[in-house]
Design a protein around this ligand. Structure first.
Ligand SMILES: Nc1ncnc2c1ncn2[C@@H]1O[C@H](COP(=O)(O)OP(=O)(O)OP(=O)(O)O)[C@@H](O)[C@H]1O
Ligand SMILES: [Mg+2]
Length: 231
């Protein structure tokens, strides 16, 4: 689905270049479920922004559906992002004045979907995440775990092939975090959605069939199957 080869990203701070990603190689396959782990400040969100087409690398190759992203125009990148990728964030990022249903509709607005169809699709996504009975609630009338479910419904409504989740359980207690992980696993298994989860929590990473660790600006692959041998 996507392949990163020798990706570098640095930020210019005054006269100096701050190198964050220093040769990241990563392949994400169709129907993959992968965690990216690393300490705070190691560059996980920077990498997610690049994978999610929100930011561009300083150098390196990023093949998305076998095409180098630099060959896409900005418009093509935006529509690729809108069609292909759903985002889930630590702080849910729901719009507080909108109901759960209206929040889930947001990605469809950019596609000029007629309102009745939009509501129907949003409702079916809320149902999928177990939140259809809270469709008319605003975010402040929902628990953290419920808000994250709505955010996942919003990420799903555009039928993305890929979900990028940046610390999706970071603001939730362990039990609710585990429920959100179960939801991701179900979506991966039953709907074939590719899921990339960014986390600093080894307990979350180990629930994924594959995980990689950010070390010195590069990724080191860890496979659960090999864990015993590696240790
Ligand atoms: N726009 C920017 N300009 C300059 N430096 C930045 C910018 N964005 C991030 N950085 C720096 O890049 C480094 C990596 O940041 P990033 O947000 O990717 O880390 P992270 O691994 O997601 O951390 P956390 O676990 O705390 O979310 C940090 O040292 C940060 O200060
Ligand atoms: Mg981060």
């Amino acid at each position: 689905m996507l392949k990163l080869i020798d990706i570098h990203k640095s930020y210019k701070i005054g006269p100096t270049d701050l190198a964050i990603l220093q040769g990241v190689d990563l392949e994400v396959f169709e129907n993959d479920m992968l965690a990216i782990m690393g300490t705070s400040g190691s560059g996980k969100s920077t990498l997610m922004n690049i994978i999610g087409l929100l930011d561009k690398p300083t150098s390196g190759t990023y093949l998305l559906d076998d095409k180098e992203i630099m060959q896409y125009s900005d418009d093509e990148l935006s529509s690729k992002r809108n069609e292909k990728i759903g985002f889930v964030f630590q702080q849910f990022n729901l719009l507080s004045r909108l109901t759960a249903l209206e929040n889930v509709c947001i990605p469809l607005i950019y596609r000029d979907t007629p309102t009745a169809i939009m509501h129907k699709q949003a409702m079916s996504m809320l149902k999928k995440v177990g939140m259809d009975d809270r469709a008319d609630h605003r975010p402040n009338e929902l628990s953290g775990g419920q808000q994250q479910r709505v955010a996942i419904a919003r990420a799903l409504v555009g039928k993305p092939a890929l979900i990028l989740a940046d610390e999706p359980t970071g603001a939730l207690d362990t039990r609710v975090g585990a429920e959100i992980m179960e939801l991701f696993k179900t979506l991966n298994r039953d709907e074939g959605i590719t899921i990339v989860i960014i986390t600093h929590d080894p307990g979350i990473a180990e629930q994924c069939p594959r995980y990689v660790i950010m070390q010195d600006g590069k990724l080191v692959e860890k496979n659960l199957q090999n864990k015993g041998q590696a240790a």
